[in-house]
Write a protein that binds this ligand. Structure first.
Ligand code: NAG
Length: 243
């Protein structure tokens, strides 16, 4: 259509930055023919896509009507990402609200869907490891056009006749350490927050069962199994999510 202008990205973000905590939101994703449309829900240390940013991403990749959404997760440190995983969901995320959460402390980063841990990213706690733990992050969400790559590798294009594409949000909750330059506001030697305590440094017994079920049934892609792309696998791939 000659004279139409498509707004290709919109979103919102927190005013505050946080370093470590629990971040949770309910989302209901763009329904119907959502091919090419990505709903992103992520944390990032910068407002733009700067070259040294840290980032923790949930990206929901739309699809043609009736075809399944995929959830892509990724982690960036100092501007380097390439830590993608892709999962199927066990429900239709366009029919109702579901809870998507991030647990982040200095030992692990866990991505949850309805309290089920779908991905565990560990810190090996050595110098120069690949784990974002220094930079406080804002939380963002946005809906954008990614039809050059998102759906079947870019084969399925966005059908703009169906615009606007709407994702809905509710129940945002943050239980985290708020940052105030140059220090975190929550620093305290006597009171510690649950998301920073020993019990949150690894999965619980029940969480391990759920995680094992996800690993067996819902993983579509894991960069740690992609030896064509990584002849030498990134070091964190040898860390056990079970410990
Ligand atoms: C979209 O549906 C197709 C066909 O079922 C599937 O192959 C693909 O993995 C789905 N998701 C994406 C993001 O391409």
């Amino acid at each position: 259509m000659a004279n139409s202008i498509h707004k290709v990205r919109c979103g919102f973000q927190t005013k505050q930055r946080y370093r470590f905590g629990w971040f949770s939101m309910k989302l209901k994703l763009v329904g119907g023919d959502s091919a090419g449309v990505v709903t992103a829900y992520y944390m990032c240390s910068e407002n733009g896509a700067g070259p040294t940013r840290d980032e923790i991403d949930f990206e929901f990749l739309g699809n043609r009507t009736g075809q399944p959404y995929l959830v892509q997760t990724n982690v960036y440190k100092n501007g380097t990402g390439n830590r993608e995983m892709r999962h199927m969901l066990w429900f239709d995320p366009t029919e109702d609200y579901h809870t998507y959460s991030i647990l982040w402390n200095n030992h692990q980063l866990v991505f949850f869907v309805d309290r089920v841990p779908i991905r565990v990213f560990k810190n090996n706690e050595k110098p120069n490891d690949f784990f974002p733990n220094e930079k406080p992050m804002y939380l963002f969400s946005s809906v954008w056009n990614a039809d050059e790559w998102a759906t079947r590798g870019g084969l399925e294009k966005t059908n703009w006749k169906l615009a606007p594409f709407v994702s809905s949000y509710k129940d945002f909750s943050v239980d985290a350490c708020q940052w105030e330059d140059p220090y975190p506001k929550c620093v305290s030697t006597t009171t510690k927050n649950w998301w920073d305590q020993y019990g949150s440094w690894h999965l619980s017994g029940d969480q391990k069962m759920d995680y094992a079920w996800v690993q067996r049934n819902l993983v579509i892609y894991d960069y740690c199994n992609d030896s064509e792309r990584f002849p030498t696998l990134p070091e964190e791939c040898s860390l056990s999510p079970w410990e």
